[in-house]
Structure formats: structure tokens, C-alpha cells
Write a protein of this length. Structure first.
Length: 202
């Protein structure tokens, strides 16, 4: 088992080490799919998010063991990179790689976001009703592009927000930002919403 812990959170090491043993029986499930995400409230009051990446297919196990960094590692490093650019994202605490010759499951541990709303709620509402959120999201996306970052998984469930928090935080999501690409282009087309913007959001 390989564990890397953000030096700021070294005091959590005893609990982090226990995650592979306690994950399936403790915490609260907030997402269940190919991967699983649980939240934990520690005795000191910290609200923690733990994402378990399931065991990959055999060819990916080989790749992640010998050729390419696993998703948990990339998500951890990308989060630090985004924070360095002052792009909001959950603070990474640690990652765990469970392996015996080949990678099995892995874990990404971050601070849990306080944001709970996502873009799926816009399916049956109008653009006008949500213009404030869309405008701030466009501004933030433009800023991200100016910093030469492309988020490759901008799905509705991966964009969390709170109308009381400006700017919005599209990377404070249940899906860690492992799908990022550093851009070489100097100029990118930006998302622009005009006053007469309209469309079907479903």
C-alpha cells in the first residue's frame, strides 16, 4: 500500500491509514456508481470526503502500475496545481494506492465542500431564472481558460454552487479534477451569455 499525505495534514495519518479497512462500513455514502464517495466527520470536527476508485480493468491496472499515474494521484496533484493558480477546488489531504504487484482500488481524500447545489437542478427551469449563476459560471470559466486550464468533465453534476458564495466554485465537486488539461493555446473561445440568451437547459 502506498500512501502520500499533504504535510499540512500529517496529524491525520493514523486515521488515513485505516481508510481501506473502514471505508465500506463507516461514513455516509453521497455517491454510488462505478466509484463510491463517502463523507466522514472526524472527532476533531473536520468534514472529510473520501473517494474510492474501483479496481480498474486489467490493462488499466498494468498502465497505472507501470506507465501512467493512477487517477487518485492525478486528482491530488491537479488540485494542488489549481490552488496554486487560485482556482477554487477542494483541498487535497492524501491519496492511497492499494496494490500487490498491480493497482487494485485507490482513494482520494479531500476536505468536503460545503456546496450542495449543482446544475442538474436547471433542467426544468429557464435561463432567466438562473442568469446570475450562469453569468458567474461564465466569468469563472473564462478566468480558468485565461490560466490555460481546460476542465474535460464539465458535466452538470460536477458543478457545485451556492448563490451566497461569489465567485462560484465549479471544481468543488463530487468528481475530483482528474480530467484536466494544461493548454498551449494563447487564445480560447469563451462562453458568452448575452441578455437575450435563450435555450433548452434539459
Amino acid at each position: 500500500m502506498e500512501i502520500y499525505i499533504n504535510p499540512q495534514y500529517e496529524f491525520l495519518r493514523p486515521w488515513i491509514i485505516s481508510i481501506p479497512q473502514i471505508f465500506s462500513s463507516q461514513g455516509t455514502i453521497i455517491y454510488q456508481g462505478r466509484n463510491q464517495i463517502r463523507t466522514f466527520i472526524l472527532p476533531n470536527g473536520m468534514y472529510i470526503n473520501v473517494k474510492q476508485y474501483c479496481q480498474p480493468a486489467l490493462y488499466n491496472r498494468l498502465a497505472y502500475s507501470y506507465i501512467r499515474a493512477p487517477k487518485a494521484v492525478r486528482a491530488y496533484n491537479n488540485a494542488l496545481y489549481l490552488q496554486g493558480l487560485q482556482i477554487p477546488t477542494p483541498t487535497p489531504i492524501a491519496y492511497i494506492l492499494c496494490n500487490k504487484y498491480l493497482l487494485k482500488e485507490s482513494y482520494l481524500i479531500t476536505i468536503q465542500s460545503p456546496l450542495t447545489r449543482n446544475f442538474y437542478e436547471f433542467r426544468y427551469t429557464s435561463i432567466d431564472e438562473n442568469k446570475d449563476v450562469i453569468t458567474e459560471f461564465a466569468k469563472l470559466t473564462a478566468d480558468i481558460h485565461k490560466k490555460k486550464i481546460l476542465h474535460k468533465d464539465y458535466s452538470p453534476g460536477n458543478i457545485l454552487f451556492d448563490r451566497s458564495l461569489i465567485p462560484l466554485q465549479p471544481f468543488t465537486t463530487i468528481e475530483s479534477p482528474s480530467q484536466l488539461e494544461k493548454l498551449r493555446a494563447q487564445n480560447l473561445p469563451l462562453i458568452v451569455y448575452t441578455d437575450d440568451a435563450s435555450g433548452d437547459t434539459r
